[in-house]
Write a protein that binds this ligand. Structure first.
Ligand code: GP9
Ligand code: MN
Length: 684
């Protein structure tokens, strides 16, 4: 073995010596000046684009995108060696122009939208106009044009080095093939090193392709753009086959579905304004919980008491998290099986709450102080029927008012009130508005900005001399769940201020205030075990043998992912707690009934119609009812009612229902089955 290595070492040293003697490197550079100019300028352009668009220290120090860009540029460039001598330069120039084009388009797009361009947007005519304006506005900006120096330099170098560009006579073919192979190998090694350096989170985000800045910062602009084209084409490919079958299944499904009967909640809110709060990562677990006598969520607890609270309400998100909930809440459809509806299927027809409200003469708007392209909201909020989407561009975001991902909830609500006031004055119609909060977003690490809220256990002990001392047992301090409670406490306080301000501005009159938690906060299971089983006297989690130990398995964890749904009015028009199991998909039918809205193609149910018979389906095929939580991967379930025997047929029937629902929902979106225009064209 040692001998082998030695041989190998000797061979390598020999080769290097030979290369030195033959002045290999000098010769290589001499004969490849054009190729090296191509590589250098394309790489430099990619780096410049990132620096100009995202001038952060993290970006400056980031090495990964350089590896990715270099790998791609080399990979595509290597094939030039296989091309006939006289055309080789044109191939390289073509590649250079392609890469330059990507940089210029993205530079302009970023100035306009603070995000990177996507091929999927090309299919939307309404996007061309604003981008067109942007081109005119920005065309004179040097930072957008600087990339053009790349191809110009390549042409200059080519003209200058024309003779040297071609290889020594007689050995061209052999050398060209070798160079192609070596360049390809080098690019493969670089891309391999890049791939190894990626974390699973980065890979996951790359596949979903929704947070474009994040992807460009880690994967470079070229890989982003090629992946973007692939992701944008996917929905087109998916919808080519199976339309007829999908349409048939869809029609049969809704033929069997009956229109719900009127109930005590029908039309009670007709004509009232609606303010919906999308409560980022708010879970029921935070509600009615105290630490040292202090409530985590005093505002929400008050709303629960004074309004109608749905205590077994589940979010039904897939990989599209926030955006999936927005889809499900507003359309009563499930997230798609692959990709996300917001990113891949934003150009489909949706029957949504904003659209129904608009039919009733409402003005509809959405507000979110993050980049409009996050989750492709800029496009999708239009498809959902919002008259206007107020995104980051319309808010004042400074370092002082930023927490975690962006503008703090307190500042967000404060600035939103002003916008709502103007809407009310200007439109003079009832409104339906969605406000998407942001601060309570994982990883909950901006703790010092949340304000003081201790999640320890404080104890006052009396010492021998009669004096007292307060001691603290750490309990949830320093855990992610502990930080989560601090964060929710902040979000709750922001909500409290918002409600007060709404009231002071007369915006709670004739208004229905609705809040939902968008999904769970992906907290560690072990933190829940600590929450339920902490022993302050030992500062340890109790052992499972301890008779007071509270069991906490994966089903308990799933049940703890519940999120709140609260409907509240200032005059407490409806109060109480609805305990029947309910999902995000049931929001539209349940709320719709209260406002005189009926969507015949909703897949959920009015909870006051279906009552205890509701089945909440999750995108992975799991489902939950009042009686059972069923895990479809394991084919196992946990009974939720002590002692009740669950029959096989119950499991079988609901599993079939879940599968059917997921199929129909997916088909509706992928095949655009709610598109009446498409239907008319077919009949022609
Ligand atoms: C992004 C915000 C968070 O703008 O809504 O999205 P999430 O990570 O929760 O899906
Ligand atoms: Mn979210």
């Amino acid at each position: 073995m040692k001998k082998k290595i030695k041989n190998w070492e000797e061979k390598l040293i020999k080769k290097l010596k030979k290369a030195k003697e033959e002045k290999w490197f000098k010769n290589y550079v001499k004969e490849n000046v054009v190729f090296l100019t191509y590589v250098g300028t394309c790489l430099l352009n990619a780096i410049l684009l990132r620096f100009f668009t995202m001038p952060t220290l993290e970006n400056y120090l980031s090495f990964k995108p350089i590896l990715a860009d270099l790998g791609i540029v080399l990979l595509l460039g290597s094939f030039s060696y296989l091309i006939k001598k006289k055309n080789r330069f044109y191939y390289l120039l073509g590649m250079e122009i392609l890469f330059t084009f990507i940089c210029v388009v993205n530079s302009i797009y970023y100035t306009f939208y603070t995000s990177f361009a996507s091929a999927s947007m090309l299919s939307l005519a309404q996007f061309i106009a604003p981008v067109g304006d942007a081109v005119v506005e920005n065309v004179l900006q040097l930072k957008d044009l600087v990339y053009i120096i790349g191809p110009i330099l390549l042409i200059v170098v080519y003209v200058h080095e024309k003779k040297k560009f071609h290889l020594r006579k007689g050995e061209e073919k052999k050398i060209e093939k070798k160079r192609c192979f070596h360049t390809l190998t080098l690019s493969a090694l670089i891309l391999l090193a890049f791939t190894i350096s990626l974390s699973s989170l980065e890979v996951g985000r790359f596949i979903k392709q929704w947070n474009r800045e994040y992807i460009v910062m880690r994967f470079g602009i070229y890989l982003y753009q090629f992946n973007d084209i692939f992701v944008s084409l996917q929905p087109k490919v998916n919808s080519i086959f199976g339309y007829d079958q999908a349409k048939k299944n869809f029609e049969e499904y809704f033929k069997e579905k009956e229109k719900p009967k009127e109930n005590e909640y029908s039309n009670i809110f007709e004509g009232k304004n609606v303010i919906v709060i999308h409560g980022e990562s708010i879970q029921d677990i935070a509600l009615n919980r105290t630490f040292n006598g202090q409530e985590v969520t005093p505002t929400l607890n008050r709303l629960v008491k004074e309004g109608l609270f749905f205590s077994n309400y589940y979010s039904e998100v897939s990989v599209g998290t926030s955006s999936d909930t927005e889809l499900t809440f507003n359309t009563s459809l499930m997230p798609t099986k692959s990709g996300t509806a917001f990113v891949s299927y934003f150009d489909r027809t949706y029957q949504s709450l904003p659209k129904y409200f608009k039919e009733k003469g409402y003005y509809t708007f959405s507000m979110h102080a993050n980049n409009a392209d996050f989750w492709n909201r800029r496009a999708m909020h239009k498809s959902l029927g919002y008259d206007k989407f107020y995104s980051k561009e319309t808010y004042e975001v400074t370092q002082e008012n930023t927490i975690g991902l962006g503008l703090s909830d307190k500042a967000f609500y404060e600035q939103s009130i002003e916008k709502i006031k103007k809407i009310k004055e200007k439109e003079g119609t009832p409104f339906y508005g969605l406000l998407i909060s942001l601060t309570n977003h994982t990883p909950f690490s901006d703790v010092e900005k949340y304000g003081p809220f201790d999640v320890d256990i404080k104890e006052t002990i009396t010492k021998e001399d009669g004096t007292t001392e307060e001691i603290s047992h750490p309990y949830m301090e320093g855990t992610k769940l502990g930080n989560y409670f601090k964060s929710v406490h902040y979000a709750d306080a922001a909500l409290g201020e918002f409600l007060q301000s709404l009231d002071e501005n007369g915006l709670l009159e004739n208004t229905v205030f609705i809040l939902y938690g968008d999904h769970d906060a992906r907290l560690p299971k072990n933190d829940f075990i600590r929450l339920y089983n902490y022993d302050a006297t030992t500062d340890r989690v109790k052992s499972e043998e301890d008779p007071t130990y509270r069991e906490y398995n994966s089903y308990h964890y799933e049940l703890d992912r519940k999120v709140p749904l609260i409907i509240w009015t200032k005059d407490h028009q409806i109060t109480g707690t609805v305990e029947n199991t309910m999902g995000m998909i049931d929001a539209m039918p349940t709320l719709g009934n209260m406002f005189g809205i009926y969507n015949p193609n909703a897949l959920g149910h009015d909870i006051f119609d279906i009552k205890e018979n509701n089945v909440v389906v999750f995108p992975n095929g799991n489902w939950v009812t009042n009686k059972v939580y069923y895990n479809s991967q394991k084919g196992e379930y946990m009974s939720l009612k002590d002692g009740e025997v669950i029959g096989e047929d119950y499991i079988e029937k609901n599993s079939q229902y879940a599968e059917h629902l997921l199929d129909v929902s997916n088909d509706i979106i992928v095949f655009d089955l709610l598109n009446k225009e498409k239907e008319k064209e077919e009949k022609k």
